[in-house]
Design a protein around this ligand. Structure first.
Ligand SMILES: Cc1cc2nc3c(=O)[nH]c(=O)nc-3n(C[C@H](O)[C@H](O)[C@H](O)COP(=O)(O)OP(=O)(O)OC[C@H]3O[C@@H](n4cnc5c(N)ncnc54)[C@H](O)[C@@H]3O)c2cc1C
Ligand SMILES: NC(=O)c1ccc[n+]([C@@H]2O[C@H](COP(=O)([O-])OP(=O)(O)OC[C@H]3O[C@@H](n4cnc5c(N)ncnc54)[C@H](OP(=O)(O)O)[C@@H]3O)[C@@H](O)[C@H]2O)c1
Length: 443
């Protein structure tokens, strides 16, 4: 019997499990599956942890989410085609839920059957090799500190790529008297109440961590961008300046001459695609981009078609794109989708990579990832979902952010699955200090 290892039980790993479950429900004979996750429960990044650094077993903590994290895109854009928000919550809910609500939704879809039995929790995959025919996977049972090996026909890498921080160094850091941290270790904006905070970066973490600090009472927030500013209309108390040059004592000095007394520096400088558990020839090497090279249809490792990667792209689309990838990967594994010959794979990858390299603005990037997801969607029996509506929602959302970065999360969108329109939330995001599921759903 074909045996499949799924590494990681975050949203991508859960999509993979769900895809097999759905095939089995249709009477198809599915392979034997073993899913490993190094955390003690599933949900990946959405499974909030207070921990930073390493856990009680000496393993690096993968969690990068923080308290008061709200969805940064409309939930309608990530909705599962086979499990709507209306079905899970029994009623339409607002478009920008906090983390706990999305976590509940993700788990709702997989908790009803017996998928949990397929996951070995607290098991960290340490090494994976391929002998020309099969994979040997070495893993550590963290609780019992026991190392074991097993043989698999296929390996699915669904370990995410927002867990290992990229940490640059700037002159003066060694003698800076305040706190220096990466957004990976950011947990609670309350820590920065009445503090002068410098945030470095110009992407989603920089935007959201800066806004969080402002919302929870930081005295000032100065964002240092490197290439392009985010350029939003920041509220009083926040500003965006050009590139940190150095620190002198507690003063941050930027390349545009700007100087800022600073209590804390938060590096929102992104993450590394880091796969210490794969042998060199199996390792995807990429930056955070919309079409990492060497992956056919963004999923199948070009040099070994029995190795599949999920969710390795930079992400506008998330959960339903992961699903389309998982359904596609499942059908490759179950031999329902034939992999074309090498030259065709090469041409297909080159086509997408060269299109990606020409993208100039967020609207084009949204179009690109929507087209990619639609193409995958057409290749499997993943249920119908309105990707044209999702495309439209993403573009509207981008424009809402440009209009007002403080209010974009108060808007409402319609479901690409059920068509229902989200109610406006009872409290505007700026004033919603309690991010619990209970308060969000019931006030
Ligand atoms: C701060 C932050 C906020 C975000 N907010 C949003 C949002 O609002 N909306 C949105 O759609 N997306 C958001 N994302 C994007 C996020 O990447 C996806 O939503 C999603 O979590 C990706 O799923 P994944 O399964 O690929 O990876 P992950 O969620 O990272 O899950 C990977 C799993 O693999 C396990 N693992 C890793 N290595 C090993 C190993 N060697 N052995 C065993 N198990 C292993 C980990 O324990 C983890 O459970 C956010 C990301 C970050 C960092
Ligand atoms: N729900 C939420 O609200 C929320 C919050 C946070 C994050 N997220 C998600 O988390 C994921 C990761 O986002 P991310 O922002 O952490 O990573 P990212 O999108 O990869 O961005 C990395 C940023 O780091 C900057 N950078 C890298 N090296 C630098 C250096 N030496 N000095 C200064 N800046 C440097 C880059 O700047 P250049 O452009 O100049 O290279 C870029 O702006 C995304 O999927 C995002 O959606 C969601």
């Amino acid at each position: 019997m074909t045996k499949v290892a799924i590494i990681g039980a975050g949203p991508c790993g859960l999509s993979m499990l769900r895809s097999f479950e759905q095939a089995e429900k249709k009477g198809e004979k599915i392979p034997e599956i073993v899913c490993f996750d190094k955390q003690e429960d599933w949900g990946g990044l959405w499974n909030y942890s207070w921990r930073t650094g390493s856990d009680q077993y000496g393993d690096p903590v993968p969690n990068s989410m923080y308290r008061y994290l709200w969805s940064n895109g409309p939930k309608e854009c990530l909705e599962f085609a086979d499990y709507s928000f209306d079905e899970h919550f029994g009623k339409p809910i607002p478009s920008f839920p906090p983390r706990e609500v999305l976590y509940d939704y993700i788990l709702g879809r997989v908790s009803k059957g017996n998928l949990k039995n397929k996951v070995k929790f607290n098991h960290c995959v340490m090494n994976t090799t391929f002998d020309g025919e099969k994979f040997e996977v070495t893993y550590r049972d963290k609780k019992n500190d026991k190392i074991s090996k097993d043989i698999f026909d296929y390996v699915v890498v669904s370990t995410g790529h927002f867990s290992v921080p990229f940490i640059p160094e700037y002159q003066g850091m060694k003698s800076f008297p305040g706190r220096i941290m990466h957004s990976h270790d950011f947990r609670d904006a309350e820590e920065f109440r009445d503090k002068n905070v410098v945030v470095l970066g110009s992407s989603y973490s920089a935007e959201d961590v800066a806004l969080q600090c402002h919302k929870y009472g930081a005295k000032s927030v100065t964002i240092g961008y490197r290439h392009n500013p985010m350029g939003f209309k920041w509220p009083n108390g926040m500003k965006e300046v050009f590139y940190l040059d150095r620190l002198e004592g507690s003063k941050a000095i930027f390349k545009d001459g700007h100087e800022q007394e600073t209590d804390a520096i938060i590096l929102c400088t992104g993450y590394l695609h880091h796969f210490p558990f794969l042998s060199e020839e199996l390792k995807l090497q990429t930056t955070n981009r919309l079409y990492p090279p060497m992956l056919y249809k963004g999923v199948v490792w070009q040099n070994n078609h029995k190795l599949l990667y999920l969710g390795m792209q930079d992400q506008f689309h998330t959960f339903n794109m992961f699903d389309c990838q998982a359904w596609f990967a499942r059908d490759v594994i179950m031999d329902k989708i034939k992999i074309p010959k090498n030259s065709e794979i090469e041409n297909d990858i080159n086509k997408w990579v060269s299109m990606e390299e020409k993208l100039e603005n967020p609207d084009q990037m949204i179009d690109f990832q929507t087209e990619y997801t639609k193409e995958l969607h057409a290749m499997s029996d993943y249920p119908k979902i309105d990707f044209e509506l999702i495309r439209k929602h993403f573009k509207e959302w981008e424009h809402h952010k440009v209009e007002n970065i403080m209010t974009y999360r108060n808007k409402s969108f319609s479901s690409p699955v059920t068509g229902s329109v989200a109610p406006i939330h009872h409290t505007s995001w700026e004033n919603a200090m309690d991010d619990s599921l209970k308060t969000f759903l019931n006030k």
